[in-house]
Design a protein around this ligand. Sequence first.
Ligand code: HEM
Length: 502
Amino acid sequence: MEAMIQNISVGDLATAAVVLVGVAIIGMFLLKQPNSPPAVPGWPLIGNLLQLREKKPFLTFVKWAEDYGPIYSIRCGASSMIVLNSTELAKEALVTKFSSISTRKLSNALTTLTCNKALVAMSDYGEYHKTVKRYVLSSLLGSNAQKRNRHHRDSMIENVVTNLASKIKDADFCLVELREPFQSELFRLALKQSIGKDVESIYVEELCMTITKKEMLQILVIDPMMGAIEVDWRDFFPYLRWVPNNSMEIKIHQMATRKRAVTKALINEQSQHIARREEISYMDYLLSKETTLTEEQFIALVWESIIETSDTTLVTTEWAMYELSKNLKCQDRLYQEIQKVCGSKKFSEENIQHLPYLSAVFHETLRFHSPVSIIPPRHAHEDTQLGGYNIPAGSDIIINLYACNMHKKDWEEPESWKPERFLSDKYELMDMHKTMAFGGGKRACAGSLQAMLISCTAIGRLIQEFHWKLKDGEEDNIDTVQLTTHKRFPMQAYIRARGIEI
Ligand code: HEM
């Protein structure tokens, strides 16, 4: 008997486990609960995994919604997922049924990168989430904190404008890429807000090397954003978690170790100067709180503020400038509005509330190019109902924001970028939730005010200072990459100074 057991290989055990679970899953299909949402047919065992191989699942979800309606279930290996494709259903899940759907379901990669749900955005709803959300709002993202950090945003935008202006050599149009200067200035702002200082380079003891600012951006922002979409097949077959997936584990582990080491080095360097500093950064605030945070949680929260500041605002601003460079009538309308309100003065944050068309450009960009196309999955921890269907505890809930923002029922000609749609009386000028781009309910985006202030001021100043015209061939360059919908290739446009008097 013992010999028989010794002869059983890991492969045999895996096969047996797969067969057993396969039988269980087929059984579950046959014993489908009453009043369940329609199910998208898939294969035994793997379910709909093969149909989701393409890089943009939000598009596949929309296609399925045409056949099965706005709510349906899919199966990815052992997980049952309920996909929601309309604003009505998204609001029901995010607001009305929040108490049943407030935990997160994270992939293996995200669990490692977020130090096991230590981030505000990735934690489960509960005491920890409430405490750290209060911290981030009080010291970084709430309106008082945003007022304190105003001078950092002003200098950020001034630097972007100066950088672009320096490229213009004569009265002709000059070819530029907005991404590089905008991204590096946004990262500079992220460092100032999070650790209290802009840093050009730093010695990282755990890596035994000095790294430049560009390398910091790569390690703290770009690599983890790519890592977040790494798929580990064991995410879908948790009962096979014991089977090694070395290449994936090593890659994500290295990313997590490097970003932790760099964040820690930044924190250590800055901690030595706290006594001499006048301004209180997010890091100082967390240190002063004498909290029960562990060292890992503290490092993760400081890193979270850096990565969140550096990413989605860039995505939105670049897409907005792409659309304005392509739609010259809209650009001209915005310029006229800016001229009317600002005259010969520089556009600044105070002006935003007086420019309905600028606000419309911002929200239409969020609708059309939603930076977060699918909300990081939630998990129903108890039986509940959505759209009148029974949703059993244990289901993962996928909210397809792309579908909500492109739904024909809610939006006339959703496939066109038309800021004018937001000029009607039914929209409040400063309402941040005209679309579902920032999510909704208790876990709606905590950084929406900062994103709006930076993005709108940047768009306003960039249009006030320069004429923009897309480079030929750029019109079709609309592919996206990464977790948030980054433009795959940086926008290339010609700019010419408008020559305003200041
Ligand atoms: C245009 C820019 C942005 C978009 C479209 C966006 C989108 C979102 C979405 C959809 C969620 C909701 C997730 C959910 O319901 O589960 C979210 C949450 C969050 N966002 Fe943003 N975001 C943006 C900018 C920012 C910025 C600049 C920051 C911080 C610097 C930030 C910090 C957060 C935080 C902390 C949460 C978690 C809130 C919670 O769980 O209670 N976001 N964001």
